[in-house]
Design a protein around this ligand. Structure first.
Ligand code: LP5
Ligand code: MN
Length: 245
């Protein structure tokens, strides 16, 4: 049986070429042996709209999309979920890469196991400021108005928001940037007590939840760095972390 792989939080950016190199090697190497690859959000550091694929100055977006397409052509299923940095990935990205855009959350039945997949940000409900920001930018009308603005302007807004976010996080209590435990247990209950796989918090771990007396595991994916990426591998029996460097 070919394995299923899960990754998230690569935050690909022109300023971090080493991470892109690890990812492209992964797509041309390890990922080729997979049945399917699930990217659970924040593949890109910031995605200002699919028209960045036409921007001759944006070689990264085009190169990554081409490599994803090669993977799909080689027979590997590809699914991409939005993260909080790349929630504007749209139908054009999907068509050009061959990826299926997955709703968040997504229930996944695999041979030998069932999982619920999420980016993870929606469970960080203690961060009220972030949740109101999220509610605004996920609105269809807001997105349509934003995407109607020139690409250069959208890139500038994205860069300003990234900086603002990094500054805001320095003053935030740690618990605000993690999932809320009660919300998470409710989520696990609502999704039939199957294992949860998510990213976003950059705190790779496996957590044991006891929900209504039922043991449920929550796997948190690692974010990627210049020296190291990571994927989670389902082989039909167990989940294992694999280091990519
Ligand atoms: O991303 P990360 O890890 O730094 O932190 C997140 C939360 N921050 C964000 C913001 C993104 O980093 C920036 C998005 C850039 C890409 C967008 C592309 C296109 C632009 C679209 C324009 C909207 O998601 C951070 C959380 C943290 O995770 C942990 O969960 O704490 O939340 C924040 O920092 C948000 C602030 O707390 C509140 C920001 C209010 C900004 C109000 C601006 C109103 C919108 C105007 C848009 C033109
Ligand atoms: Mn995220």
């Amino acid at each position: 049986m070919r394995p299923t792989l899960f990754i998230s939080d690569l935050h690909l950016a022109p300023q971090a070429p080493a991470v892109t190199r690890i990812f492209l090697d992964f797509l041309r190497g390890r990922a080729r042996a997979a049945e399917s690859l699930f990217i659970l959000g924040d593949l890109f550091e910031a995605w200002p709209g699919d028209d960045c694929l036409d921007d001759p100055a944006d070689g990264l977006a085009a190169a990554v999309v081409a490599a994803l397409h090669e993977l799909v052509t080689a027979g590997v299923g590809l699914a991409v979920m939005h993260g909080n940095r790349d929630f504007l990935l749209g139908e054009r990205f999907a068509a050009a890469s061959g990826a299926r855009l997955l709703p968040d959350p997504w229930l996944l039945a695999l041979p030998g196991g069932e999982f619920v997949l999420a980016h993870g940000d929606a469970l960080c409900t203690d961060d009220r400021e972030y949740q109101s920001f999220r509610a605004l930018v996920r609105r269809r009308d807001w997105q349509q108005a934003f995407l109607a603005r020139p690409l250069s302007e959208r890139k500038a807004v994205a860069a300003a928001l990234r900086q603002q976010s990094e500054t805001a996080k320095r003053d935030k209590a740690q618990y605000l940037m993690d999932v809320n435990p009660v919300e998470t247990d409710d989520f696990l209950r609502a999704h039939g007590y199957v294992g949860l796989i998510h990213g976003h918090t950059h705190r790779p771990a496996v957590h044991d939840h006891l929900v209504d007396g039922i043991h449920v595991q929550r796997w948190v994916l690692a974010d990627w760095h210049a020296s190291r990426g990571e994927c989670l591998c389902w082989d039909g029996e167990r989940l294992t972390r694999e280091c990519l460097d």
